[in-house]
Design a protein around this ligand. Structure first.
Ligand code: URA
Length: 213
């Protein structure tokens, strides 16, 4: 597993505003959208392309085109949905699959409650959208889900990551042949006793969409 913390002043600037408890939901949503587009630029560095011949108004030349099969973008519901538009802005021809996963607040383990994905992901590059890599349980479960269907290249885009979550992922993905890359705006200090990232930004789903009971 490779972890890439995107080091860019605009990423740091937008992340600071996201973290601020005084940032309201509409602003939080648009900052998330902008931040994900910046992260997506790094996350798609290894997207597969093939050469194509074209003719410009001046001369023939060779360029590249996204290869088939199309990349699959997989937001993890609910909070990952807030990252979808920002990702699709850079990959408008990608397909989208959905994974609904929630964290059991007592065990802190991931529970899958919804799934809408192609039966076969053989040969597919998958981009998983999960804002908070906290305990790593949800992301590990999502990555296993995708590789069991045949995904052969996985990139997870996270707004924030914790050292504990990354260590757990390293451990749980140790036997996996599929390359996995985590792209994040920051590696925070730690998790607190409730499994929240510190300093973090709070509950990403609640800050995007409001509190549900
Ligand atoms: N999920 C969140 O939304 N925030 C955290 O800090 C941890 C998990």
């Amino acid at each position: 597993m490779r972890t890439q913390v995107v080091d860019h002043p605009l990423v740091a600037h937008k992340l600071t505003a996201l973290r601020d408890e005084n940032t309201d939901s509409p602003t939080f949503r648009s900052l998330t959208d902008e931040l994900v587009t910046l992260l997506a630029y790094e996350a798609t560095r290894e997207v597969r392309v093939h050469p194509v011949d074209i003719v410009t108004p001046v001369a023939p030349t060779t360029g590249v085109k996204l290869a088939a099969p199309k990349p699959l973008v997989v937001p993890i519901l609910r909070a990952g949905l807030g990252m979808l538009d920002g990702m699709m802005r850079l990959l408008p021809t990608a397909e989208v699959g959905f994974l609904g996963m929630a964290r059991d607040e007592e065990t802190l383990e991931a529970v899958t409650y919804a799934e809408r994905l192609p039966e076969s992901l053989v040969g597919r590059q998958c981009y998983v959208l999960d804002p908070m890599l906290a305990t790593g349980g949800t992301l590990a479960a999502a990555i296993h889900f995708l590789t069991e269907r045949g995904a052969d290249h996985i990139t997870a885009v996270c707004l924030l990551a914790s050292p504990e979550g990354c260590a757990r992922l390293e451990n749980e993905l140790a036997g996996l042949d599929t390359p996995v890359t985590i792209v994040t705006a920051a590696m925070d200090e730690r998790l607190n006793e409730k499994g929240y990232i510190v300093p973090g930004l709070g509950d990403a789903g609640d800050r995007l969409y409001g509190v549900v009971g």
